[in-house]
Design a protein around this ligand. Structure first.
Ligand code: GLU
Length: 579
């Protein structure tokens, strides 16, 4: 991602009219990065933080009209489908955590492999795993989308406004058009595969093959028609009938890499309610998404492992990076071995998050020296033994939405089409399809043993998405956090939680802190930030350090005694706004 996209001033200019509704707080405390691109936003009643100003504004309007956090989430998601199409939409999947004031519920709208999928799906004719983009581009990587059914399920349970009302903001933008943002334009410029799809080319690019410029008013009548049908008939309009037929045809007609999704696969799609994974971190209760995401467990593990250290006294810097990176190594070693779809794999959730187990893992670490490559542990209460799993890279195809409504109910939702622009397939119905199936391990076995996250028909690929909700010592809602970033989501969210809970940083400063961590490889520091200056000290503890781009998109809303404070990652175009 190019630094230029971090132009949050532009993002703020786009949203200036709606910021009138919320107050911008006094200048945020000096960020340790020295990069104060945005200020925290405060609001008395409610707040939405999302990756695009138009999407956040749609959510704010729904909240102002008396909608619930879930109503606002539906509106934000559908607008994101238009204005941030590279990241999420109805052709993808999502995880949603909902706090209703007394109970936390999580819904799994993860994409699912077609029934016909087999473990060798991403193996080439040479018996080796396919190159990543050979697998991604085309129908082979497309999972049955979960987002439409997820939105409908959540709204039926927790919505207050009519279904058509929460769809209306996106419908209006699809019909009247919206302006192409600098980030979308920039990503279209870098994109190598999208133009091979004729519908996507016509929608996003000019005749000469350059992306439609920033500020172009883009209309999407096909998506408007789709939204109308969904408004009339509910998500059934997506999972059967002409939209479903269009998805199946789009997946199946790719000339070199067709998929095998059927109408039956779509008809059978189900949202799963899961028990959220929760654990204590100091006085706070931190809750996240259960498998098939690895995000919730890995973050609880990291926090549990560093809990014995006085991170509050350390402040952001080499020492804190050492401990969090070491905790990341241990968490990612377990993640690789144990995590997969719980319908197919016995994930020892209780053992992996058991405080005694985490203490025993923490005991492996020392202040002076990195442990290097960590091995998976032996969590208690474990029924089955596994496995292996390769790691993934950094993607752009995800977005996070944090919302708190006037009743103090909250949504933390991370939503994805996996890679930037997904499978690079645009349906005639006006939306892009995901490539989520490449979140499965390509190799079905390693050293003769099956891989937990191998492809299987009807299975959900392992995720790293980590929508998170934090409660304070009194059990009251305290923070709503999450981020895109592929497997980097785990260190991004862990960093933000430590910044909020240990360093007591303002949410905007917390999200903008340099990113860092380890996924059980090198210790990674965010290039172009003050973290570069920490490198030598961290290397002195035996870490192999890599400076890399760490393009998070963290959205954080914190509930305080005097109202809400929100921060949206300065690395992207998002804003936090409220009433
Ligand atoms: N597909 C990834 C996952 O579910 C997220 C990709 C991203 O964050 O860009 O973990």
């Amino acid at each position: 991602m190019k630094r230029g996209f971090r132009s949050s001033l532009l993002a703020l200019a786009l949203v200036a009219p709606c910021l009138a509704q919320a107050q911008t707080a006094a200048p945020a405390p000096e960020a340790p990065t020295g990069r104060i691109a945005k200020h925290s936003t405060t609001a008395n009643q409610d707040m939405v933080a999302a990756a695009n100003p138009l999407a956040a504004e749609a959510g704010r309007q729904i909240l102002a009209a008396g909608g619930s956090a879930v109503d606002a989430a539906v509106a934000v998601q559908l607008v994101l489908n238009l204005v941030e199409p590279q990241s999420s939409g109805i052709g993808g999947g999502a995880f949603l955590l909902y706090w209703d004031g007394t109970k936390l519920t999580s819904l799994d709208g993860r994409e699912t492999a077609p029934a016909a999928a087999t473990p060798d799906r991403f193996m080439g004719p040479d018996g080796k795993p396919m190159a990543f983009y050979d697998a991604v581009v085309g129908g082979r990587s497309v999972g049955v989308p979960g987002t439409p059914r997820l939105l409908e399920t959540a709204r039926k349970r927790w919505g207050k406004l009519p279904w058509a009302d929460v769809i209306a903001p996106a419908l209006k933008l699809a019909e009247d058009g919206f302006t192409i943002s600098p980030r979308l334009n920039g990503l279209l410029g870098q994109e190598k595969f999208l133009q091979s799809d004729a519908l996507a080319r016509a929608y996003f690019y000019q005749e000469d093959g350059t992306p439609k410029p920033v500020g172009t008013v883009l209309k999407n009548p096909a998506f408007a028609k789709t939204l109308r049908e969904i408004a009339d008939k509910g998500a059934d309009a997506f999972y059967s009938g002409s939209i479903a037929a269009d998805i199946v045809a789009t997946v199946g007609r790719h000339p070199t890499n067709p998929g095998d999704m059927t109408l039956d696969d779509l008809k059978r799609y189900k949202v799963e309610e899961r028990e959220p994974v929760c654990g204590m971190y100091r006085v706070y209760r931190v809750c996240g998404m259960a498998p098939p995401s690895s995000g919730g467990i890995a973050i609880l593990q990291m926090l549990g492992i560093v809990e014995g250290q006085d991170l509050g006294a350390m402040k952001p810097g080499p020492e804190a990076v050492h401990w969090l990176a070491e905790a990341g190594r241990l968490a990612f070693a377990d993640r690789a071995l144990f995590l997969g779809d719980p319908a197919f794999v016995d994930v020892p959730v209780r053992g992996l998050t058991d405080p005694g187990y985490l203490k025993s893992r923490a005991a492996l670490l020392g202040a002076g020296r990195s442990i290097g490559k960590a091995k998976a542990g032996e969590p208690p209460f474990q029924k089955t033994e596994f496995f292996f799993a390769p790691s993934e890279g950094i993607e752009f195809g995800t977005s996070h939405i944090s919302i708190v409504d006037r009743e103090g109910h909250a949504v933390s939702m991370t939503t994805t089409i996996e890679d930037g622009f997904g499978a690079r397939l645009m349906t005639r119905s006006g939306f892009l399809l995901n490539n989520e199936l490449t979140d499965f391990s390509f190799a079905p076995t390693e050293e003769g043993r099956p891989v937990a996250n191998r492809v299987e028909g009807g299975k959900r690929p392992r995720s790293s998405m980590a929508p998170t909700i934090v409660f304070d010592a009194a059990g009251k809602l305290y923070a709503v956090v999450g981020s895109p970033g592929g497997s980097q989501i785990i260190p991004y969210v862990a960093k933000t939680l430590v910044a909020l809970l240990d360093w007591k940083l303002d949410p905007q400063v917390a999200v903008d802190l340099p990113n860092f961590g380890s996924r059980n490889g090198p210790t990674e520091l965010e290039a172009g930030t003050e973290a570069e200056g920490w490198k030598l000290e961290i290397e002195a503890k035996g870490h192999e350090v890599k400076l890399i781009d760490m393009n998070s998109g963290i959205q954080a809303v914190v509930v305080g005694a005097d109202g809400l404070t929100g921060g949206a990652d300065s690395r992207r175009e998002g804003v936090a706004i409220g009433n």
